[in-house]
Structures are given as structure tokens and as C-alpha cells.
Design a protein around this ligand. Structure first.
Ligand code: ATP
Ligand code: MG
Length: 656
């Protein structure tokens, strides 16, 4: 059982005006509990179905679920056409903010729903002309440009599951995904802009295609958007320019209705804990889950809101909360190509000010990096349009929560800390902004319709005040349907951890506080055992981050002769702290002892400049464990910056 370390007493009531006008009210919890299938059927009614389902859930062969059985629909029609048909064609769907490198090429561009419908229809026609048929897989390897969204929706429109591969990945990573899901076509661009200069993408596709060939898989066509205008190698038999194929295609395209369980996409997990898994999502249930949660958790008022999610479409957050959720709901949103700190460190806040962003959704890693720089930068901007803030990807440390709330949210915006996974497809645990009194660091309660709980080894619910394993008791519409091509691994990984039938094992540790609210405590694999006490990474990291000199912290357990394992911490200091001073290590050890207790005191604290993170910004603790235990560092292919590990190791040699 996990020890319960940190104490948090601060709570923040929802703003009265938001509460009064909230999309989802408190009664929803009871209503969902009384008849969960009726509740989900009501959510599915947010979509436009060609044929209504005749059964909400088929769970006759667990863990293989079917939702909205017999129903048919088209995902792209739901995201685009129906808004145009309802007279909202002139409404902006995407405010594209490109890197301001070359105003002619990038700049900004606002795309209405009517324009998006034409673009998606053209791309659907073009893909069909390239030989893509219903059921064929299409890989998308692109920067954050509107064509990436268009390509995804075009695939959905013709029933060809897409697999988006993050544009920062290597040709090896791309090749293995092309092979794993047997992609027929790749959609890419010549390159993209990052920090003011053009970087190439097409060469990686050329390489990946050759590597996939070596693995026995042939890619038939590569569709290439001209983004930067840089030189590219060209194979006439395979390569096709987007402007030739798509721009010339007809804007007329009749969307076909597909079965509710028709595959929508395969998304590979972030790879924080190991080799990424190809997660399959299908159409009706997934769209229901993303539309419902985006509407409820962000309290979306599509007529007046301007929503912005900073994720890359190469991650599930980009799929669910840039593409499918917001567009199904007819939202107006910002789509941003660049990085947070280029051309200057206030770039994000400028965008919020310029577009009047109302809901802002980002990751704790970004918040902590802004904390590191100091509040002067956001303080110079007018962020008064914001009315709600979201967080996803890792636990948000209470200190980071407070900073986000006060500095970015002006002490007025509620924060929704949303726990979910690639596998869950949509948010699972989160405050409801008009209902829940938020607590810094807690994801609070499972959303109406979701049965999340914290259980012990035997799968029994733990009492309030205790920790254990996070589970979901039973199926939900947006759940993964399998691991692509590996039903056995799907069953073993997620549904076999407990003897109890239908328990989904998330792989995360969690606790219930005295009120029964849920706190995520990090990966079960990362739990430390110090003298028989099971300690979570998150709580000790949060204690470190609560020290005024610390911006970011990662904690791992390393073998120890006396205590079994000992706590080893890696910390990044805030800019204002300089090098922290001579006593920084003992100061921080004392701080943790005071905040948590002697048991959690780190044996070793290392001040570092960077931490190893995945491309989606999650700390890869397994690599730090390798360092702490003086081992060869393991697989780094999903690491954002591979030089970070050398930096950390060399810093250690110098004894800091
Ligand atoms: P892999 O499964 O390949 O190791 P990954 O788990 O990092 O990769 P994702 O599906 O992108 O891939 O991440 C889901 C995980 O992110 C969750 O299991 C959880 O550990 C973490 N997470 C996401 N949101 C939150 C949150 N709000 N609070 C705490 N943890 C979160
Ligand atoms: Mg995972």
C-alpha cells in the first residue's frame, strides 16, 4: 500500500457565474450512476448518426467492447459538415498561428467551418485517387499546420484509419510504425518551422520508407505538403505534391456512414515506460467520449469561446482535444505551430492576448518551465480573456497549480487537472469546473459515467486516506478496443492484473484523500520501497517543487544496502535561484524532511540543467534510475533530447 505523505488543505470554489451557467451540473453524477447506459446514450446524442444504434453496449465478450451497436456515422461529417449545414459555416474553426518566419509562407490564417469542409472533401477525394480504400491505414507525419488536421479528417471521412506519428520522431520510429500498422500512404510535408528556421521532414520519410521496405512493407504513395519550399528528393513513382493532388480535387464529397465500431485511428503511446503500444480507437464511442468531455470539462460555449490546446497532434491529446472533441462541438480554436519560447519567451501569452483565448489546456512540464523563468513575462500581458485552465500529462504539483492559478489564471479561473491516457481516449478523472471545489494537485473525481477507483492488491477499494492502484471498473465508450494486431497483449496488459472481472488496470498509483478525492501518484513501476514504506514519486517531487528555489524535480528509487531503496532526486532550479548556493543540497533535504518526514528524505540530490523527457514532455524516470544505480542508460528512442542524459551523467561525475 502506498504511504500517504502530503497534506493539502487549500480548496477553490468554482466561480459563481460559471457555476450558475455550467454545462454539466452536479446532478449528472447521480444520473449517470442510476443508469450509466442511458447516460452514455444521452451523450451519444451529441453526434449526428446516420443510423441510430440498437444496443448501447455489447460487453458479452470482455474485454472486447462494442458501443452503440448497429449505429452508423461519419466522424468527419460530425466534425465539419453538420456545422455548415446548421448555418455556422462562417464560424472560424481554426485560427492557425504559424511561426512568423516568412509572412508569405506562414503567418496566420483563419479557416472557417465552410472552408474546412471544402479542404477535407478535397483531401478525401485526393486520397481516394491515390488508391486509399476504406480500412487502409494512412500515416501522417507532419508539423502543426492546418493540413495535418485536414489529413486526419479526410482519412476519417473515407474510413481509412490514420496513424499520426509525431513530426519530431526519427525515421526509425516512423519506419517501425509504418510497418506495425502496414500504412499504405504517408502524408507529410517538405519540412516545418521551428524556432525561426526550417527543418526538414521529407528526408526522414524517404529513409523510413526504405527501412520499412527492409522490414517487408511497401508504402505505395507519399503525399507531400509544400510548407517551407526547401529542396526535396523526389520519386515520381511514389511522391505526389499536395498542391497537385488536393488543391485540384473537387470540393464535392459525400461522406459514407460507417459502423460505430469502424476503426478511426491507431495511436502509439508516449513510450514513457517502454516500447510504445499501438492503441486502436473506433468511431462512435470515441467521438461520444471526446465530445462529451470537451463540452463538460471545458464548459465549452461554442458561440463565444476561443479554445486553445497546446498539445501536438502527434499525441493523443492533439487527437481528442484539438481535432475530434473540439470540432465535433463546433468550437473555435487556436492551432499553433511553434514552440512556447520563440521568437520570445512570452509567445504563448501574446497569442492568448491576441486571440482572446478563453480556455487554455497545457501540460505541467510547460507550466514548470514558465515558473522557472519567473512571472514577470506573463505579467506583462493581458490574460483577462481566460476563464478556465486545464492540465494534462502528469500530476500537477500543488506549487505549479498555485502558480498557474495565480499568475496565468489571475486567481479567477478554475483549473481542471485531467487524468487520462492514450488508452482511455478521453478524460476520465477531472474536476467539473462549475461544480467541484478544486484542490491543488488533485484530479478529484471520476467524471459522470466513469467508474474509476483506487484499489489494493486484491482489487478491493481502499478506504479514504489510503493509496493503491488506479482502476476503471468496467467499460466506457472512448476506451481502446485493442492493441493493434495483438489482442492477447491487450488482455494481459490492461485487463488481467486483478482477479475481478472487467477491471481495467491503468498502471498508475493513486490515493484517496480524507474526502475520497483522487490524487495521482505516478507510475506503479516507479513506486519506491524505502525501509518497507512504499513511497510515490509525485509526492516527493511536489515537496521539492514547493521550495522557492526549485522549478522542477524528478525522484527515483535506487538500490541501497541499508534501506532496500533510497530516494534519489534530480532538481532544476528557478532562474532567480542562480546556482542555489553551497548549501542547496542540505537545504532541500531539510525541506523534504519538514514537508513530508524523515522517511522521504533524499539520500542524494543532484542539481541538473535538464531532465530526460519524452517528446510529449513526460519525465522518463527509468533513465534516471539507470543513472542513480550507475547502469548503462536504457532505450532513449522516445527521448526529446538525447544529449540530456550525457549532460546529467557528466554533471554527476563532477560530484554536484
Ligand atoms: P507508455 O504507456 O508507452 O509508457 P505514456 O503512458 O506516457 O506511455 P500516454 O498515454 O501519453 O503515454 O500518457 C498517459 C499517462 O500520463 C497516464 O498513465 C499517467 O501516468 C500520466 N497522466 C496523464 N494525465 C495525468 C494527470 N492529469 N495526472 C497524473 N498523471 C497523468
Ligand atoms: Mg501508458
Amino acid at each position: 500500500m502506498l504511504s500517504n505523505l502530503l497534506q493539502e488543505d487549500r480548496t477553490f470554489e468554482p466561480p459563481a457565474a460559471l457555476a450558475a451557467d455550467a454545462n454539466l451540473k452536479a446532478e449528472a453524477y447521480a444520473r449517470a450512476e442510476a443508469d450509466v447506459e442511458a447516460f452514455w446514450a444521452e451523450q451519444a446524442d451529441r453526434l449526428t448518426w446516420t443510423q441510430t444504434w440498437d444496443r448501447v453496449l455489447d460487453w458479452d465478450h470482455p474485454p472486447f467492447a462494442k458501443w452503440f451497436v448497429g449505429g452508423t456515422l461519419n466522424a468527419a461529417y460530425n466534425c465539419v459538415d453538420r456545422h455548415v449545414e446548421a448555418g455556422r459555416g462562417d464560424k472560424v474553426a481554426l485560427h492557425f498561428v504559424g511561426e512568423p518566419v516568412d509572412p508569405e509562407l506562414s503567418g496566420t490564417r483563419s479557416i472557417t467551418y465552410a472552408q474546412l469542409k471544402d479542404l477535407v472533401s478535397q483531401a478525401a477525394n485526393a486520397l481516394t485517387d491515390l488508391g486509399v480504400e476504406t480500412g487502409d491505414r494512412v500515416a501522417i507525419y507532419m508539423p502543426m499546420i492546418p493540413e495535418a488536421v485536414v489529413a486526419m479528417l479526410a482519412c476519417a471521412r473515407i474510413g481509412a484509419p490514420h496513424t499520426v506519428v509525431f513530426g519530431g520522431f526519427s525515421s526509425d520510429a516512423l519506419a517501425s510504425r509504418l510497418e506495425d500498422c502496414q500504412a499504405k500512404v504517408v502524408v507529410t510535408s517538405d519540412g516545418g518551422y521551428r524556432r525561426g528556421s526550417a527543418s526538414a521532414l521529407k528526408p526522414a520519410v524517404d529513409e523510413a520508407r526504405a527501412k520499412a521496405e527492409g522490414l517487408g512493407h511497401t508504402v505505395a504513395k507519399v503525399l507531400v505538403v509544400k510548407r517551407t519550399g526547401q529542396e526535396v528528393d523526389w520519386d515520381d513513382a511514389v511522391d505526389v505534391w499536395w498542391h497537385d493532388a488536393v488543391d485540384q480535387a473537387s470540393t464535392e464529397h459525400t461522406p459514407e456512414a460507417f459502423d460505430s465500431e469502424h476503426p478511426l485511428y491507431v495511436m502509439y503511446t508516449s513510450g514513457t515506460t517502454g516500447k510504445p503500444k499501438g492503441i486502436l480507437h473506433t468511431t462512435g464511442g470515441y467521438l461520444t467520449g471526446t465530445a462529451y468531455t470537451h463540452w463538460a470539462v471545458f464548459d465549452l460555449k461554442p458561440e463565444t469561446d476561443v479554445y486553445w490546446c497546446t498539445a501536438d497532434i502527434g499525441w493523443v491529446t492533439g487527437h481528442s482535444y484539438i481535432v475530434y472533441g473540439p470540432l465535433t462541438n463546433g468550437a473555435t480554436q487556436v492551432l499553433y505551430e511553434g514552440t512556447p519560447d520563440s521568437p520570445e519567451r512570452g509567445r504563448w501569452w501574446d497569442i492568448i492576448e491576441e486571440y482572446g483565448v478563453t480556455q487554455f489546456y497545457t501540460a505541467p512540464t510547460a507550466i514548470r518551465s514558465f515558473m522557472k523563468q519567473g512571472r514577470e513575462i506573463p505579467d506583462q500581458r493581458d490574460l483577462s480573456s481566460l476563464r478556465l485552465l486545464g492540465s494534462v500529462g502528469e500530476s500537477i504539483n500543488p506549487e505549479a497549480y498555485m502558480w498557474y492559478r495565480e499568475v496565468i489564471g489571475g486567481d479567477r479561473c478554475p483549473i481542471v487537472d485531467t487524468w487520462w491516457q492514450t488508452e482511455t481516449g478521453a478524460m476520465m478523472i477531472s474536476p467539473l469546473p462549475g461544480v467541484t471545489a478544486g484542490k491543488p494537485g488533485s484530479a478529484m473525481k471520476a467524471l459522470p459515467g466513469i467508474a474509476a477507483d483506487v484499489v489494493d492488491e486484491n482489487g478491493d477499494s481502499v478506504p479514504n486516506g489510503s493509496g493503491g492502484y488506479l482502476v476503471v471498473k468496467g467499460p466506457w465508450p472512448a476506451m481502446l478496443r485493442t492493441i493493434w494486431g495483438d489482442d492477447e497483449r491487450y488482455r494481459d496488459t490492461y485487463w488481467s492484473r486483478f482477479d475481478k472481472q472487467g477491471f481495467y488496470f491503468a498502471g498508475d498509483g493513486a490515493k484517496k484523500d480524507a474526502d475520497g478525492d483522487i490524487w495521482l501518484l505516478g507510475r506503479v513501476d516507479d513506486v519506491m520501497n524505502v525501509s518497507g514504506h512504499r513511497l510515490s514519486t509525485t509526492e516527493i517531487e511536489s515537496a521539492l517543487v514547493s521550495h522557492p528555489k526549485v522549478a522542477e524535480a524528478a525522484v527515483v528509487g535506487a538500490k541501497d544496502e541499508d534501506t532496500g531503496q533510497a530516494v534519489c532526486a534530480f532538481v532544476i532550479l528557478r532562474d532567480s535561484a542562480g546556482d542555489g548556493g553551497d548549501d542547496i543540497v542540505s537545504e532541500l533535504r531539510k525541506h523534504v524532511r519538514k514537508e513530508i518526514g524523515p522517511i522521504a528524505t533524499p539520500r542524494q540530490i543532484m542539481v541538473v540543467a535538464e531532465l530526460p523527457k519524452t517528446r510529449s514532455g513526460k519525465i522518463m524516470r527509468r533513465l534516471l534510475r539507470d543513472v542513480a544505480e550507475h547502469r548503462e542508460v536504457g532505450d532513449v528512442t522516445t527521448l526529446a533530447d538525447s544529449s540530456v542524459m550525457d549532460l546529467i551523467s557528466s554533471g554527476l561525475d563532477q560530484g554536484k
